[in-house]
Design a protein around this ligand. Structure first.
Ligand code: B12
Length: 238
């Protein structure tokens, strides 16, 4: 995006604001090494992993998304940006997770059939792990059978589904309806997310909640698990 005037930019010499700005440009240009370097510099300056994630990476990806939508960027460029973003997330992941918190619950998460977007899902996984959840990530392009196999094997508290396409989001209903048919729906808290979704959609497909971002996902997960445990113990006490 931003043209430099031929001179090499030394990232470590930029102040925080300029560095974050430069990282948005570097993410846009799919410069993986520069993103890794920028992440490390900000961490070295005392930024929290969460701040680096949201202000440098997620915000940069938001800008990429706008130009993709407007036909200024195309799939190959967005893939490069996504790779750079993932490289940054790779550095942050262990730092976000290293809370030593006791496991507060378990989640199985995956992107639905036909959909290969996974950055948002990965972010949710990281933030949930950081909040003390055990997360089993079953990846992308999951047919209903994969969700069923994973919940049977791992017995999670939460099933999370991600979709970024208007053509794939209806598949969430297929999964939830299958759970209902098998009498399993009430055994799990079902959370759904992805840019094209909203609360009305979540209600419509029979999910427990829609979460607009990873931070909301953590809060919602904690709240719904607490509610569920409370009502289970009340039921047991009666
Ligand atoms: C990166 C990207 C790609 C990359 C994906 C790389 C990857 N590994 O993920 C590539 C280049 C492969 C790609 C391909 C395509 N893409 Co694309 N892509 C995007 C883009 C620019 C960014 C998505 C992203 O990563 N956002 C950043 C993350 C952090 O945000 P997020 O995903 O929304 O996740 C957050 C929340 O939604 C929520 N959340 C997400 N999942 C979940 C799950 C749970 C359980 C919870 C609780 C919360 C939650 O929390 C997350 C973190 O805060 C979006 C634009 C956009 N604005 O979304 C288009 C976009 C989604 N893509 C689009 C399209 C059309 C496509 C293609 C069809 C293009 C093509 N012609 O081939 C293909 C489809 C491939 C497929 N079958 O899936 C359209 C969809 C339009 C529509 N109405 O359906 C969009 C909206 C762009 C646009 N405006 O045109 N894409």
């Amino acid at each position: 995006m931003a043209e430099d005037d031929g001179e090499d930019i030394v990232l470590s010499e930029l102040d925080d604001d300029d560095l974050v700005q430069q990282m948005h440009d570097d993410l846009y240009d799919g410069l993986k090494d520069e993103i890794e370097e920028g992440v490390n510099i900000l961490l070295g300056r005392g930024w929290t992993p969460y701040e680096v994630l949201t202000k440098a990476l997620v915000e940069g990806m938001r800008i990429v998304g706008i130009d993709f939508r407007d036909g200024i960027l195309f799939v190959p460029e967005v893939l490069m940006a996504a790779n750079a973003m993932k490289a940054g997330m790779f550095i942050l992941r262990p730092l976000l997770i290293e809370t030593g918190a006791p496991r507060v619950g378990k989640m199985v998460i995956g992107t639905v059939k036909g959909d290969i977007h996974d950055i948002g899902k990965n972010l949710v996984s990281m933030m949930m792990e950081g909040a003390g959840f055990e997360v089993i990530d079953i990846g992308i392009n999951n047919p209903v059978e994969n969700y069923l196999a994973a919940i049977e094997e791992h017995q999670p508290d939460i099933l999370g589904m991600s979709a970024l396409l208007t053509t794939t989001m209806p598949y969430m209903k297929v999964v939830i309806d299958t759970l209902k048919e098998k009498g399993l729906r009430d055994d799990y808290i079902v959370l759904v997310g992805g840019a094209p979704l909203n609360e009305a959609f979540a209600e419509n497909v029979g999910a427990d909640a829609y979460c607009r971002d990873a931070a909301v996902a953590v809060e919602t997960a904690k709240q719904l698990i607490a509610e569920r445990r409370r009502s289970n113990s009340e039921a047991a006490g009666q």
